[in-house]
Design a protein around this ligand. Structure first.
Ligand code: 3PY
Ligand code: MG
Length: 262
């Protein structure tokens, strides 16, 4: 019988190694629904692509093709599901996500529910089916699939006031790979909408980073620019969610347009 691989799981291993390195893992949020854009981001050398179903328009039907494109380029596909949609967690994993990011986690109960949705028994209660895309539609033996698929990543967003209040109990939930700070939602929650460099926002980010260090939990954070990503990395952040595909394109194109006009 033909040996079928699990390309996403190979990319997960490289992604985890990047997070464990001094460099950290860098990847853009992606809202473009064209697989060519995802494939190109993979060729550019990012450690992951963050397929955004919270603020992007990608549908569950389009998602498998974006993940296929990530697989072609060998880059880890992480999927951000919309808020409060635990069922989307295992659907995203079923079509081949290497990790799921869940927005607006406010307490340990929500964190535990997200982990439960992402992991097969005995760790969680992910819907158990070996005929899905991540299992090669049945061509990967169940014993191999159910064991390897447990290594996909669970990334939970801390971005509200309640998350700040409950950060220790959230971090204590087993099975979380990364706590990802959303500075924009945090700025809203702290009464400074959009001001991600407001001292109170920066202080909140730093508090979460420090708690992560104390508890041995990896921290991720969003930044608009690569310089911002480097700033967070220098403070110990290991997962850097960088801008967004269309913004990256616009800024690169603007530089070209300006250079041409000189
Ligand atoms: C935020 O800043 O709120 C985010 O979720 C980053 O994507
Ligand atoms: Mg957010």
């Amino acid at each position: 019988m033909k040996k079928v691989n699990m390309p996403t799981m190979e990319s997960v291993a490289a992604f985890k190694a990047a997070m464990d390195s001094d460099k950290g893992a860098l990847g853009p949020f992606m809202i473009c629904t064209d697989p060519a854009m995802v494939e190109s981001a993979g060729y550019a050398g990012y450690d992951f692509v963050l397929l955004d179903m919270e603020h992007g328009t990608t549908t569950m039907q389009q998602l498998p093709n974006l993940i296929r494109a990530a697989n072609v380029a060998g880059v880890c596909p992480v999927v951000r599901v919309p808020r409060g949609t635990d069922i989307w967690i295992d659907q995203a994993l079923d079509v081949g996500a290497g990790g799921v990011m869940v927005p607006q986690i406010d307490n340990a109960e929500q964190a535990a529910a997200a982990v439960k949705a992402a992991k097969f028994s005995p760790i969680g209660m992910r819907g158990t089916c070996r005929f899905v895309r991540s299992a090669g539609f049945g061509s990967i033996p169940g014993s191999e699939y159910f064991s390897k698929a447990q290594d996909t990543c669970v990334i939970l967003q801390a971005e509200g006031k309640k998350a700040l209040d409950n950060i220790e109990e959230i971090m204590d939930v087993p099975g979380i790979d990364v706590i990802f700070i959303g500075p924009y939602d945090l700025s809203s929650a702290l009464g400074h909408v959009g001001e991600i460099n407001h001292p109170e926002v920066i202080e909140a980010v730093k508090t979460i980073i420090a708690k992560g260090k104390e508890k041995g939990v990896k921290i991720g954070c969003f930044a608009d620019t690569v310089e911002g990503c480097i700033k967070w990395r220098d403070l110990g952040v290991k997962f850097l969610g960088y801008s967004e595909d269309m913004d990256i394109f616009i800024r690169a194109a603007q530089k070209d347009v300006e250079a041409f006009a000189k």
